[in-house]
Ligand binder design. Structure first.
Ligand SMILES: [Zn+2]
Length: 166
């Protein structure tokens, strides 16, 4: 099956449906129909406010986040869709870890639901480093539709991948 690198691990019968939509040129439309709303989180400043507001609502007791930015160099597939780093700084005699959240720039133009999903993903990493059960439980706690949204996001990415030879 072509071009389903974003969907590795999903059940074959789902992938058959996705392949059919892709071949019919209807995949992007079918995702857009389910997620028609965009967002206006355009700047790093707006993204910072968005992340901090969601953190305050859902994950108040996690470590503070010092920096939030869109990153055009971020390879989406590389680290499941975003990245989170802890930058260590020596402050006086204490080593202080600062948390940064970077979101791939393509989310600027993604449906609002996908921006929310990716921010939930990155916020969950403040508490859980690995993509394990505890991590996904935290994601679902913040966004009950998390798993469906992640699948839809992966379909969206698949639909926007250039076809081979084009
Ligand atoms: Zn992750």
């Amino acid at each position: 099956m072509p071009l389903l690198k974003y969907l590795a691990g999903y059940p074959p019968e789902l992938l058959v449906q996705v392949t059919r939509l892709l071949e019919q040129g209807r995949l992007a439309d079918s995702v857009r129909q389910r997620h028609p709303d965009g967002h206006d989180v355009r700047t790093d400043r707006a993204l910072y406010d968005y992340v901090i507001a969601l953190k305050a609502a859902c994950l108040r007791n996690a470590e503070p986040v010092s920096k939030v930015a869109y990153d055009s160099k971020l390879n989406v597939i590389q680290h499941a869709l975003g990245t989170h780093t802890a930058v260590s700084r020596v402050q006086g005699t204490r080593l202080k870890a600062k948390r940064e959240i970077r979101i791939a720039s393509l989310f600027r133009d993604a449906p609002a639901a996908f921006l929310r999903m990716i921010v939930v993903h990155e916020l969950a990493h403040l508490k859980e480093r690995q993509h394990d059960k505890a991590f996904y439980a935290l994601c679902v706690n913040m966004e009950p539709d998390y798993h469906q949204l992640e699948f839809d996001l992966r379909m969206w990415l698949t639909a926007h991948e250039p076809l081979p030879g084009s």
